[in-house]
Design a protein around this ligand. Structure first.
Ligand code: CA
Length: 273
């Protein structure tokens, strides 16, 4: 418990103040324990670490893995850019000080791409200055931690960010427009009627609903819904999306699924409003 990272004494006053804030946040997060176990039981969210300090990266990977996350790691911006094309992280831990592209620049680029625009980003910074923090949040980071931080507190923050930004990951009842998924009962409704889905269509809808607005390529959907160890042709995805559409959309009803030409599929953000 409470492994403290990085070199002590380097940060002094600023990080002590920060620790108080982190502690307060951690207390809030701790109250959500039942939600946490639900969240862990349901699925493994993927966390991407972008950190050039090998020891810290390894420690983060070890602890996140133990906590039940899938973990992928990059040591600089270039590698991170390649990695986000292969995996679709649910959250990104991004170091500020990196060789080559800075964390801030990486954050800006991730926010500029449709497939990573909505992925929560927690910045890890060794700087404590208020202006830098504000700059980080302005660029599109959802939260930040200042080195040195304790692992327990960082994990609490990750859970808090996930809950705040992606409630669909943790809840039994997920609503998107007039569509409701009841995960406990494994049932889907649209308006007043029950929607009957095959297991693949159900998982497809459940995956899309966790990331409204995010565009998934066929390969990414294959990976998330069918699993990476199964060989299925990319156009199989089209067949199942077609079935999902047919089951969801009665005559005259708006189609919640958007086909993005030469990119893939997403759940239409406009539909929600
Ligand atoms: Ca660094």
């Amino acid at each position: 418990m409470g492994i403290t990272l990085a070199r002590r004494g380097e940060q002094g006053q600023a990080s002590m103040e920060n620790m108080e804030k982190v502690r307060a946040l951690a207390d809030v997060a701790e109250q959500g324990q039942p939600e946490r176990s639900q969240f862990e039981r349901r699925m493994k969210p993927t966390v991407m670490i972008v950190e050039d300090e090998e020891a810290l990266s390894t420690l983060l990977q070890y602890n996140l893995d133990k906590e039940g996350y899938k973990v992928v790691a990059a040591s600089d911006g270039e590698e991170a850019a390649l990695l986000v094309r292969e995996v679709t992280p649910d959250l990104i831990l991004l170091d500020w000080m990196l060789p080559g592209l800075s964390g801030i620049e990486i954050c800006r680029r991730l926010r500029g791409r449709p497939e990573t625009r909505n992925v929560p980003i927690i910045m890890i910074t060794a700087r404590g200055e208020e202006t830098d923090r504000i700059r980080g949040l302005d660029t599109g980071a959802d939260d930040y931690v200042t080195k040195p931080f304790s692992m327990t507190e960082l994990l609490a923050r990750i859970r808090a960010v996930m809950r705040r930004i992606r409630p669909a990951l943790t809840e039994d009842l997920v609503t998107f427009g007039d569509i409701v998924i009841d995960r406990a009962a494994h049932r889907v409704r649209r308006g007043d009627r029950e929607v009957h889905l095959g297991p693949t269509e159900y998982r497809l809808l459940d995956h899309l609903i966790q990331h409204p607005g995010r565009v998934f390529s066929r390969e990414q959907l294959l990976d998330a819904v069918w699993g990476s160890d199964v060989y299925v042709e990319a156009r199989t995805v089209d067949v199942h999306v077609g079935r999902l559409r047919k089951a969801l959309n009665n005559k005259g009803e708006k189609d919640p699924i958007r086909t993005v030409r030469s990119a893939g599929y997403s759940l239409d953000e406009q539909f929600h409003n």
